[in-house]
Design a binder for this molecule. Structure first.
Ligand code: BMA
Length: 306
């Protein structure tokens, strides 16, 4: 099982005329809504601070972008950038999870990232362009790669997040507080020398299937090559892993995935399903955006029997 790289890839490039997105565009959220693909992408320009830009497309290949970012740093908590958005629609409202990278570290102990801290943030929108920040899932720890499930589970909002090195589940009644008593680890790096033996994290929004929540995830080993795999979680209790096939489904091969701002990276925050096809949009080497696809039925088959 392997995703097919769309031959038009990379499908989205830095805009050399635009100071905030002239160096890198990568790791986009993409949601399909009312017949259009909406992309919210991470961009870096002259000041190296990540902002989120917006672009729209009919086919997922040809894009029109807004000139100004739709989300940028506002205070000390995100002054070094807003990163890696993931977007979902729940009960008619859009939600974005993103990483705020700041100068200040707001927890116990030592900062986990050079120069400050990170916060796993949640924001809300009714139009995908104007966003209201709700707050972080947790504070004061190394926690990112968080993504909301597309519906409530047993009455509560649910999110995957990463308390390194484990991927965890969190629940909330209001998307503002995420009680510790409802948090549980799900899975972590796999023992051995395999592709995901050192670090793992979640990609785009979990895909609901009759067999369980289908997750595409990422991982790397000592070689620091980012690859993608799949995990199947129980529909009613997503802390229960049903299957986790051993082999990856996608890895860097093209020059623009092997070389860029950070080498050997395919990193995805988006896997919308449109007409039975899974569209995996991903950052190549933290520099450009590519697209790889596969029929949903093939991915389910692999998750169940691979
Ligand atoms: C991760 C994230 C991603 C990035 C990847 C590879 O930690 O920060 O944004 O694409 O590293 O550099």
């Amino acid at each position: 099982m392997k995703l097919s790289r769309h031959p038009a890839s990379p499908i989205f490039l830095p805009d050399l005329q635009s100071p905030w997105q002239c160096y890198n565009v990568f790791n986009p959220a993409v949601i399909y809504h009312n017949g259009l693909f909406h992309m919210l992408y991470r961009a870096q320009g002259l000041d190296w601070i990540s902002r989120i830009g917006y672009a729209v497309s009919q086919d997922g290949l040809h894009w029109n972008r807004l000139q100004q970012p739709i989300l940028e740093p506002r205070d000390a908590a995100d002054s070094r950038g807003v990163e890696d958005p993931r977007v979902v629609e729940i009960e008619g409202t859009f939600y974005m999870t993103f990483t705020a990278y700041g100068r200040e570290f707001s927890g116990e102990g030592k900062p986990t990232h050079l120069g400050g801290g990170i916060l796993p943030m949640v924001a809300r929108s009714h139009n995908l362009i104007t966003w209201e920040t709700l707050g972080p899932i947790v504070r004061g720890e190394d926690n990112k790669d968080h993504v909301l499930f597309p519906r409530r589970i047993n009455g509560r909002y649910a999110a995957l997040h990463r308390r390194w090195p484990q991927v965890w589940l969190a629940y909330s009644e209001d998307l503002l507080t995420w009680p510790e008593k409802w948090m549980k680890p799900i899975y972590g790096p796999r023992a051995g020398q395999g592709w995901d033996s050192l670090s793992v994290g979640s990609n785009g929004v979990p895909i609901e299937t009759e067999h369980g929540w289908l997750l595409i995830n990422h991982g790397y080993n000592q070689e620091r090559v980012y690859r993608m795999g799949v995990v199947l979680l129980d529909l009613e209790d997503p802390t229960r892993v049903i299957r986790r096939p051993r082999e990856p489904i996608f890895w860097p091969e093209e020059l623009w995935e092997l070389r860029g701002d950070v080498p050997n990276v395919v990193f995805s925050c988006a896997n919308p399903v449109v007409n039975g096809v899974v569209y995996v949009f991903y950052g190549g080497a933290d520099h450009v955006i590519g697209l790889a696809t596969c029929p949903l039925t093939d991915l389910i088959e692999y998750a169940l029997h691979g």
